[in-house]
Design a protein around this ligand. Structure first.
Ligand code: MRU
Length: 357
């Protein structure tokens, strides 16, 4: 997608150096960071310079290449896999990408660096083509709503950031929105700010604005009220891991939006590529939920009126804080899954392909 009219991916490679957009600086600063080593890669994932399930996977795949650049053998491959797999626990794409790199690189007797870079490039290219398919399938859904509304504005509510910044390009939940906007559908997006890290306010709104899609940031608690007042036609969210029974793990607060949508008869859609489907787990309750630093809740970071970074503590320094980063939305609250394999029901998710053990 474009930033100031220049097309970007969220991650790309300049020969054997990996480039990322530092998402901790957005929306105030567009800053590009180079990853030169597996340590840089771990840091980028762990500190959330890159985040979002598919992008975490793509970054980890390149992290393997950077490890092999220094020592290209199986011991180095295995230790990089162990190290990177501990960078974040919830999004399955991390384990998915590492498993895929392992399978590809150990298929031959010798480990080749060129094969590693090729596989990581392929993971990125496949992510983009899957997201484009999600965009196209989701567009047909949005077009139908638009037709039912005689061409009046289609209001979509989304949570967190599942746009191009969370993937390699296009996004998952936002891909249908970009597609519909490009096709001339009158569309508007309610963007949940998504406390505590504000991925909605900082990233989703920035992305949509850059593409010219009308959007409005709301506090996380506003969604139910908007739904009761018929100001939301459909909710579309991404996912960090969707398990065999169709339960969806996504950013904390997703579950409450799904409950409100159910109570108000509003379709609740989850967009996901095959890489986010984990058929090894049966129930959402089995997904490891990341508990994040209390500092994210106690302190708010932004820029002052003169555009310098600043941080403010909003509670006393004795206040006890809990910060679970994800929650589980049960399959029964999900109307449909927009996938690269079409628009599916929970009992059709097995159609999504998996990396072989
Ligand atoms: O903690 P984050 O920012 O990595 O969480 C991201 C999300 O929850 C996204 O909604 C999810 O990864 C879907 S990304 C296409």
């Amino acid at each position: 997608m474009k930033v100031n009219s220049i097309p970007y991916r969220s991650i790309w490679r300049d020969d054997q150096t990996i480039k990322i957009i530092d998402q901790t600086r957005l929306p105030h600063e567009f800053s590009i960071v180079s990853l030169e080593s597996v340590n840089d890669t771990y840091h980028a994932i762990h500190s959330m310079q890159v985040r979002g399930a598919p992008l975490i996977g793509a970054t980890a795949a390149y992290g393997i290449c950077l490890a092999l650049k220094h020592q290209c053998d199986e011991a180095s491959l295995n230790s990089a896999i162990d190290y990177l797999s501990s960078a974040r626990p919830t999004a399955i794409n991390l384990q998915w990408a590492l498993k895929r790199m392992h399978n590809r690189l150990t298929a031959n007797k010798k480990i080749y660096l060129t094969a590693a870079f090729q596989e990581a490039d392929t993971i990125c290219n496949e992510d983009i083509s899957q997201n484009k398919k999600i965009g196209k399938f989701g567009y047909s859904y949005l077009k139908h709503i638009s037709q039912k509304k005689s061409g009046n504005t289609v209001n979509v509510l989304t949570h967190c950031n599942a746009g191009w910044l969370a993937t390699v390009d296009w996004g998952t939940a936002l891909a249908p929105i970009y597609y519909a906007f490009n096709e001339g559908i009158d569309i508007h997006v309610w963007v949940d700010e998504t406390r505590p890290r504000n991925q909605g306010a900082a990233l989703t709104a920035w992305e949509l604005q850059n593409h010219g899609v009308p959007c409005t940031v709301i506090v996380d608690n506003a969604g139910g009220h908007l739904m009761q007042n018929k100001l939301v036609d459909v909710c579309i969210v991404g996912t960090d891991r969707t398990v065999a029974n169709g339960d969806v793990c996504n950013k904390i607060g997703t579950y409450l939006k799904a409950l409100a949508a159910h109570d108000n008869n509003i379709p609740f859609l989850v967009a996901l590529p095959s890489s986010t489907y984990d058929n090894n787990l049966q129930h959402g309750r089995d997904v490891p939920i990341e508990n994040r630093d209390p500092h994210e809740v106690s302190n708010i970071r932004g820029v002052t009126t003169d555009n310098t970074w600043s941080e403010t503590r909003i509670v006393t320094n004795k206040t006890q804080i809990a910060n679970p980063a994800f929650d589980i939305t049960p399959a029964k609250l999900i109307t449909n899954y927009i996938t690269d394999n079409g628009i599916l029901k929970s009992d059709q998710l097995f159609r999504l392909s998996q990396v072989q053990e």
